[in-house]
Design a protein around this ligand. Structure first.
Ligand code: IPD
Ligand code: CA
Ligand code: CA
Ligand code: CA
Length: 259
């Protein structure tokens, strides 16, 4: 199968899903909770996942879908082609702010990223990568990561993680600024694009990171869990994704990844 055709098909479905989301936003959205009161899901999240399930069944019946809203349950390995989908990343932003949320897809082949797509629906920002071909933002090629200085870096993490790992205080002290956007896929895409220099989280699922990981791979970004280990894309894990020079500088000043 041709990777460019696959990418074009996936992008066209993402645009279709975005139209569905925007139409639903003009009507009414049903909000529910999952594991706790802050773990939101809406009928729109489920609708987007259903759209991809249906499209895949019709067009690529041999591909499998690992989506957040239920279709992950049957996926125990990443053999062959697996679409790792977050139908809406940043559901809290979607519900409260009606902006700053993304559709994220990592299409993996035998466990490795082949195609990455992260689409900021309201801003109409489309990040796309194809293995070996680099990554783009709205069609413009993203540059490979060049060295940066820590005191000129912007690092993103949810502020609550400071309560869990005090080593983050050292990061706060040494960087130019910190941000919390609440949309992991987009934060990883921003790291890929050099708009942010690092993104750190202590709990993410494969669908939060798969699209962004594909983008980062294509620009030479560095990505591990906070212990410095490789991600499996099958289990929930922490994440430390960064421009490589900033990754190393953060390790030096904070000790994150050590012990
Ligand atoms: C969440 C967002 C958020 C991250 C959470 C994720 P969801 O995904 O990516 O930024 O901090 O851990 O669960 O539930 O909105 O798709
Ligand atoms: Ca969720
Ligand atoms: Ca998510
Ligand atoms: Ca989600």
């Amino acid at each position: 199968m041709n990777k460019f055709e696959l990418k074009d098909t996936a992008v066209s479905w993402v645009y279709e899903a975005a139209t569905f989301i925007k139409d639903k936003m003009k009507q009414s959205i049903e909000v529910d909770t999952k594991s706790n009161k802050d773990d939101l899901v809406t009928d729109v999240d489920e609708g987007v996942e259903a759209l991809f399930l249906e499209k895949l069944k019709e067009t690529y019946p041999e591909h499998r879908l690992m989506g957040e809203e239920g279709s992950f349950e049957s996926i125990k390995d990443l053999d062959g082609i697996v679409w790792i989908l977050d139908p809406i990343d940043g559901t809290i932003n979607f519900v409260h702010m009606e902006s700053f949320f993304a559709i994220s897809i990592g299409i993996f082949k035998d466990g490795k990223p082949l195609i990455g797509i992260v689409y900021d629906v309201m801003k109409d920002d489309l990040f796309v990568s194809v293995k070996g071909e680099g990554a783009t933002l709205n069609g413009d090629q993203l540059l490979p990561h060049a060295d940066r200085k820590l005191d000129e870096a912007i690092v993103s993490f949810n502020t609550g993680w400071l309560l869990k790992d005090r080593r983050l205080e050292e990061v706060v002290k040494h960087v130019r600024g910190t941000r919390s956007y609440g949309v992991a896929a987009l934060e990883m895409a921003y790291v890929a694009a050099g708009k942010l220099d690092a993104y750190i989280s202590y709990h993410l699922a494969p669908w939060d990171v798969a699209g962004g990981a594909a983008l980062l791979d294509e620009v030479g970004g560095k990505m591990t869990n906070v212990k410095g280990e490789k991600l499996t894309f099958l289990e929930k894990d922490s994440l430390f994704a960064a421009n490589p020079s900033i990754y190393d500088a953060i390790v030096d000043v904070s000790g994150i990844t050590k012990d």
